[in-house]
Write a protein of this length. Structure first.
Length: 300
């Protein structure tokens, strides 16, 4: 009996510690796609690059990157297609032509899938102005729902009753997204896990750059929530909303940099999430600025 209990305890501790994994290195059964080796660089030749670079990860997932010439924040926007609707995450910084760019992608997608129309839901990783700049343009478009970037609207739309503990599902039609509240960088911050590609979208809460922490207690809980959620899940990429680090470890570009010829890749992995979580725990409730290889913790 004692041996049995010991074995049981060992088993349960092992399953608790088991990292997300696939039995074989065969792509883990998720839908794959490709990321660019580098993104179009804003400047020094601004006339040569479009306001938004559109990258097709696969036929049903597009990444838009705003150029540094358009806005130094150079945010990333994400467009995912399901059977019933498409989701646009964020609308960019400042005044741009974003609705036209998004519509062009949708028109191409409709042609390819031989469909007449699809509903577009416009939501946000969080409410900072560098991610909501184009909202107005989507307000009165046909087949379009704009989720206002405030906590009440976000909770109501996704059906999150107990914020921020509750993780809910949102279905685009044969494409389930998990919506995970992660306040801390901003009160409205959410992460999204796309089960189809196993990509985790983390907004400004984790990306290769300066992770600005507005609410320390919330941030610590939110990062732990992401670690717990991804336990035993495949995570192919963690995609945040900016690139501020260079490819040289521990080195970032100063705020306001337009031209980043040697910028870090956008994608991170779950290892960086664990590293962030461990660092926050080590700081024991008092977050201080600290640079890591691929990001910097930056209390506001
Ligand atoms: Zn932000
Ligand atoms: Zn931002």
């Amino acid at each position: 009996m004692t041996n049995f209990l010991a074995a049981l305890a060992l088993l349960s501790s092992l399953s608790y510690l088991a990292p997300p994994q696939a039995p074989q290195p065969d792509g883990a059964g998720v839908r794959s796609g490709s990321l660019p080796k580098s993104w179009l660089l804003g400047g020094p030749k601004c006339a040569e690059i479009p306001e938004f670079q559109v990258h097709e990860y696969n036929e049903d997932f597009y990444i838009l990157r705003q150029s540094g010439c358009s806005n130094y924040e150079k945010p990333f926007l994400f467009l995912l297609f399901g059977k019933d609707r498409a989701l646009l995450l964020d609308t960019g910084a400042g005044k741009t032509d974003v609705a036209r760019v998004v519509n062009k992608v949708i028109v191409q997608w409709l042609a390819r899938t031989k469909r007449e129309s699809i509903e577009l839901v416009v939501a946000h990783t969080h409410a900072h102005s560098d991610h909501t700049g184009g909202d107005e343009q989507f307000k009165n478009l046909p087949h379009t729902i704009l989720v206002s970037p405030n906590l009440k609207s976000v909770q109501e739309f996704f059906g999150i009753k107990s914020w921020p503990q509750e993780i809910v599902q949102y279905d685009l039609g044969n494409r389930i997204l998990d919506v995970i509240p992660i306040p801390g960088h901003h009160a409205t911050s959410i992460a999204i896990y796309d089960r189809q590609t196993a990509i985790l979208f983390t907004g400004d809460s984790l990306y290769p750059g300066r992770l600005y922490v507005a609410d320390q207690v919330e941030f610590i809980h939110s990062i732990q929530r992401l670690v717990d959620f991804t336990q035993n899940k495949i995570v192919t990429h963690i995609l945040g909303n900016h690139i501020e680090n260079t490819r040289i470890p521990y080195l970032d570009y100063p705020v306001g940099t337009i031209y980043q010829p040697d910028e870090h890749s956008l994608e991170l992995g779950r290892g960086e999430l664990l590293e962030l979580n461990q660092a926050l725990h080590t700081m024991n409730g008092r977050i201080v600025r600290m640079a890591f290889r691929d990001f910097t913790i930056w209390p506001k």
